[in-house]
Design a protein around this ligand. Structure first.
Ligand SMILES: [Ca+2]
Ligand SMILES: [Ca+2]
Length: 205
């Protein structure tokens, strides 16, 4: 990526199990069709905020999400990709449309299931944001028990480096990345600030 005076931190959230065609979520919903087993999301840009006092910068960027594939071990008699127990838990019956968005938060019922969020609560959605504070990029991850999160970093959107793995426990966990501490390798830059992209891979262990 070219260096610009303005630092752009782009959040890229992926899962790597790309066996099925990905769907693109441009923040307000999927913008392309395809199989429902694997989704990607390019979320909406988040606000640019400059706080001189606090040294906090929120950068415009993208949030991309690719959700994991429903594990084969999940009981899914009606084969809609949603755990049958989950369908009963949140909708009281089988037959939930995985592509529908019950709470109209821009995340499909299937994506909510895969991320472990509440499909009936528009405030419950996996959509991390990040900010740069005193040179350290911070991205709070609202984790869910029963999900793991791999966080990858790249400078060129091609070579990704696994930077952190979080085990979901229902708490918000903070991922931080200080580019000035990278002394060698693909994430190293001679100048700061540089451009980095972040990827969060949701896993169902
Ligand atoms: Ca099902
Ligand atoms: Ca939803």
């Amino acid at each position: 990526m070219s260096s610009t005076p303005t630092r752009f931190i782009i959040l890229a959230l992926f899962a790597t199990q790309a066996l099925a065609p990905a769907e693109i979520d441009s923040g307000g919903g999927k913008s392309s069709g395809g199989a429902v087993f694997n989704h990607s999301s390019i979320g909406g840009s988040f606000a640019t905020v400059l706080s001189l006092g606090g040294g906090t910068f929120n950068h415009p960027g993208l949030i991309e999400v690719i959700y994991p594939i429903t594990p084969g071990s999940v009981t899914d008699v009606n084969a809609n990709g949603l755990s049958d127990g989950w369908e009963f838990q949140f909708f009281g019956a089988l037959g939930v449309d995985p592509a529908a968005d019950a709470d109209h938060d821009g995340t499909s019922n299937l994506m909510e299931y895969l991320a472990g969020t509440d499909p009936n609560d528009a405030h419950s959605v996996f959509r991390p944001q990040g900010s740069l504070t005193h040179g350290i990029f911070g991205m709070p991850i609202q984790t869910v028990t029963g999900r793991d999160y791999k966080i990858w970093v790249t400078r060129d959107l091609q070579s990704w480096t696994l930077q952190s793995t979080l085990t979901g426990d229902g708490t918000e966990q903070l991922f931080e990345f200080d580019e000035t501490t990278v002394t060698a390798g693909p994430l190293h830059s001679d100048s700061h600030p540089s451009n980095y992209f972040f990827r969060v891979e949701i896993l169902i262990p």
